[in-house]
Design a protein around this ligand. Structure first.
Ligand SMILES: Cc1ncc(COP(=O)(O)O)c(C=O)c1O
Length: 398
């Protein structure tokens, strides 16, 4: 048996790798530099072009780009008309923003439980949490795998709810051969550096609905419009005239970010392909390792995987998740945990949320860790990751 690095053995690699990393090329740098040399660094043509291309790519009628994925979710909630007294159903196994967006609007997030095998929100649990106050569902395509869109769509239609898909992890994923972005009422994306494509910080909302689109545009730019048909006090006083007709925010994306986003979009299929190769290799390597559980996928999802999560079967290992995580770090493979159940955080605890309300999510949380997944990983890197996982699982095997 190999001696673990955490116990003084030789680490599987000398240079540390992390769970995620952006993939930025000279083409991206050139695209940004070109905009920086030009006349518009914000509110210019690259933003419009990025919106056109994103709509085209996802198959949605409209796209609005914005400053980050959190802003995208906030805008979607504003466009949905979510406000005080409303409830918004979401998953606890997500980044806090999926729930915070409801709180920003004065509404109450309600946590439905997950499927313990796919880790995505369970439509049956959504149904159980609907009350007369429920206004929307924020369903997260966790790790990039599409949620059960058909079932969630049916529930939303039955109860008159707005379906917001948090696809922060899922650009490039298809559900029943249609791209994520064209299926929910609104779909929100994030272009943070660990995501499949990035522009530093960035986000977008896509929709097929003309009215929601108008509201999204207003929400992300102060509630201000230059569109005469939307103005209340026309005739206006000159071409400089604009009106603020609602309360919005400055959530705009800059033109140099939009240029980088366009450049990254050119490469999304190759990023997806490399991610899929690594996922396939990991799945194959881990499927029969005692103590390691591999995430299940629904057949409808052709997933562009953002995260690769292994789940420890702690009944079959003589260690805690913390010990496994620290042992991976010592082997120079830096993992991360996605995510602490949102309602465990003090902010939510102080609002009265209690542990135990989503038992599947809490149980899954205890054993998960995200291992490195990004296109720049070499075959040697992924071999090292597999080596580290197997070495540690073997050491702690019961
Ligand atoms: C599921 C999910 N939703 C929303 C967000 C927010 O995106 P951003 O970081 O771009 O604000 C993230 C970001 O990590 C996320 O993982």
């Amino acid at each position: 048996m190999e001696q673990l690095a955490i116990m003084g053995g030789k680490p599987v690699r000398d240079v540390k790798i992390y769970y995620g990393r952006q993939c930025v090329g000279e083409d991206d740098i050139q695209a940004v530099a070109e905009v920086l040399r030009g006349p518009f660094i914000t509110c210019g043509p690259k933003v419009e072009e990025a919106e056109r291309r994103l709509a085209e790519y996802t198959g949605a009628k409209h796209a609005v780009v914005c400053s980050n994925g959190t802003a995208a979710l906030h805008c979607a909630c504003l466009a949905a008309g979510i406000g005080p007294g409303d409830e918004v159903i979401t998953t606890p196994l997500t980044f806090a923003a999926s729930a915070n967006c409801a709180v920003y609007c004065g509404a109450k997030p309600v946590f439905a439980d997950i499927d313990p095998e796919t880790y995505n929100i369970d439509p049956q649990s959504i149904r159980q949490h609907i009350t007369p106050n429920t206004k929307a569902v924020v369903a997260v395509d966790f790790t990039g795998q599409a949620v059960k869109i058909k079932e969630i769509r049916a529930i939303c239609d039955e109860f008159g709810l707005i379906f917001i898909e948090d696809a922060a992890h899922a650009i490039g994923t298809r559900y029943d051969s249609q791209r994520v972005g064209s299926l929910a009422d609104m779909t929100c994306f994030s272009f943070h550096p660990v995501k499949t494509i990035t522009c530093g910080e960035g986000g977008a909302i896509t929709t097929n609905d003309d009215e929601l689109h108008k509201k999204l545009v207003l929400a992300h730019t102060h509630g201000i419009t230059h569109d005469e048909s939307l103005m209340e006090d026309a005739p206006h006083e000159g071409i400089w005239y604009y009106e603020q007709i609602s309360l919005g925010f400055n959530y705009r994306m800059t033109d140099f970010q939009a240029a980088m986003l366009l450049s990254q979009l050119n490469k999304i299929e190759s990023f997806k392909k490399r991610r899929a190769e690594i996922v396939h290799k990991y799945d194959k390597a881990f499927k029969d390792v005692p103590g390691i559980i591999v995430q299940k996928e629904i057949p409808q999802s052709d997933t562009c995987r953002h995260l690769y999560i292994i789940r420890l079967d702690l009944d079959r290992l003589n260690c805690t998740r913390r010990q496994f995580f620290d042992a991976m770090s010592a082997e120079n493979v830096q993992c991360q945990i996605h995510y602490v159940p949102v309602y465990w955080f003090p902010f939510y605890r102080h609002m009265g949320y209690e542990r135990g309300c989503c038992p599947n999510a809490e149980e899954v949380y205890k054993g998960i860790l995200s291992i490195p997944l990004y296109p720049l990983l070499t075959d040697k890197d992924t071999d090292d990751v597999i080596h580290a996982v197997k070495k540690i699982a073997d050491y702690y095997k019961k």
